[in-house]
Design a protein around this ligand. Sequence first.
Ligand code: AMP
Length: 285
Amino acid sequence: MKVFHRAADLQEYLRKRRTNNRSVGFVPTMGALHQGHLALVERSREENQLTIVSIFVNPTQFNDPEDLQKYPRSPGKDIELLAGVGCEVVFLPVVAEVYPSVAKETNPPLDFNGLDTVLEGEMRPGHFAGVADVVERLLRLTKPDRLYLGQKDYQQVAIVRSMIRQRNLPVEVCMAPIVRAKDGLALSSRNQRLQPEYRSHASNIYKHLNLLKVNLLNKGKNQTGLIRKTLDVLSEVPGCRPEYLSVIDPDSLEPLIDGSPVTGAVIVTAVWVGDVRLIDNVIVQ
Ligand code: AMP
């Protein structure tokens, strides 16, 4: 496995390795890797001849400096895990490699048509501008055929798809299902920061998303009422403070209107568990 810290070295290597008919898969991550990330790498390995993983805690997508500072980092262990699943190329840059002081050619500003100001965007102003910018920079460096993203960050997938469309980048977006712990908690690098007494309670997030899904499918008329009930139950769980819970259209991300069909909709939530903010979602089908 090759590990690159400098963009120029990565590009030089890729230039040699990218020959005809070799498709390249790319998995961007912020490190502190877990099985959710590794599942993306394994899928890319199955579908491409060369897989690149980036590990970069992108400062521009953190609106809270404390969150950035506390974000878990374990590059040594990450490299071992990636070698274990047969990843060929790791890009582990410092900030200046991704954001060089020499300005890149300026592209017109992106317009996400509201996708970036709802849900996570409302709670974390500027977050998605940072995400779109770093993914665009990484795509321009790596030039993959396929980009692998997790459903775990559903809204992020919508934003990245929109950026790729607007920039006309020749890359296919592949969204992989959420990998969960045995008790249903969506795997997340942030889970390791959960206080031990709250860890088991955190599984209630997935449990109640699923109950809401079943209720929506069986008696979906009063969606607002069912959402309210779920919020009330989640608020009763020790340590849990739901920030939002919404049933949204899979493309526009707008909340469904009461009484409209729920099949294909996505239930999305952000919940504070102690001082850790977790997100999760379930597709209603
Ligand atoms: P992150 O390192 O959190 O930025 O995540 C890197 C990629 O892994 C993103 O596309 C995430 O959506 C994806 N990912 C994170 N957690 C999971 C999970 N539990 N299951 C599947 N994909 C995930």
